[in-house]
Design a protein around this ligand. Structure first.
Ligand code: ZN
Length: 211
């Protein structure tokens, strides 16, 4: 089984796909946020550098992220890995290529319009965690703004606003041509249509892994 770099715009259905890869194939999912948190909690030079930069509110520099990632990859030697949330730019893609072996890239492709509807329509129940979407027919709650399961009032995530969505999608759009080109030239790029549903994307990934 190949390792995977999961590269996608926001709201492409990464969460669903990661769950699928874990349960169906036993993949270990490394999200870069979690990798940094794990390293942060260790009493090492890298851990201290991460704390230092994060506490200043600046982005952790690439070489430090690379070291943190190497530490995590070592922990899971022999397992099949999915990396998600990384790379974000072409330099990171090239760096990752030097420390990650035997991998394919899955790009969940979803247009800005669909990704925005998914993001801005998302409401969830604070009590049971169920997620709904007011723009997607089969994900609407039965009663407007009320959880089907427990009757609680549904809430919007504070970071799900149009502005923050656009910032995230812009970053993706600026960097993706270079990143996708890099992986295409290596012959490891798989573009998966993620417009229909996360479930449809997952079965497409299953087909790719089965080859
Ligand atoms: Zn609920």
């Amino acid at each position: 089984m190949k390792n995977i770099v999961l590269y996608s715009p926001p709201a492409a259905g990464k969460g669903t796909l990661c769950e699928f890869l874990k349960s169906e194939y036993g993949y270990e999912v490394l999200s870069i946020g979690q990798v940094l948190r794990n390293n942060r909690s260790m009493d090492t030079e890298i851990g201290r550098k991460i704390i230092e930069t994060q506490d200043k509110g600046i982005l952790t520099p690439d070489p430090i992220v690379a070291e943190a990632l190497k530490n995590e990859l070592n922990k899971f030697e022999g397992k099949n890995i999915v990396i998600e949330g990384y790379p974000r730019n072409i330099d990171q893609a090239k760096m990752l290529d030097t420390i990650f072996d035997n991998y394919i890239v899955i790009n969940l492709a979803v247009s800005r319009k669909v990704a925005m509807e998914r993001t801005l329509g998302r409401v969830s129940c604070n009590k049971c965690g169920k997620i709904y979407n007011i723009f997607i027919d089969n994900m609407k709650p039965k009663t407007e703004n009320i959880c089907d399961v427990c009757g609680e009032t549904l809430e919007t995530r504070t970071d799900d606003n149009e502005n923050s969505f656009n910032v995230r999608y812009d970053i993706y759009e600026q960097n993706s041509p270079y990143i996708l080109e890099f992986y295409k030239n290596k012959g490891i790029l798989n573009i998966v249509n993620a417009e229909v549903s996360p479930e449809a994307a997952a079965s497409e990934v299953k087909r790719i892994l089965g080859e």
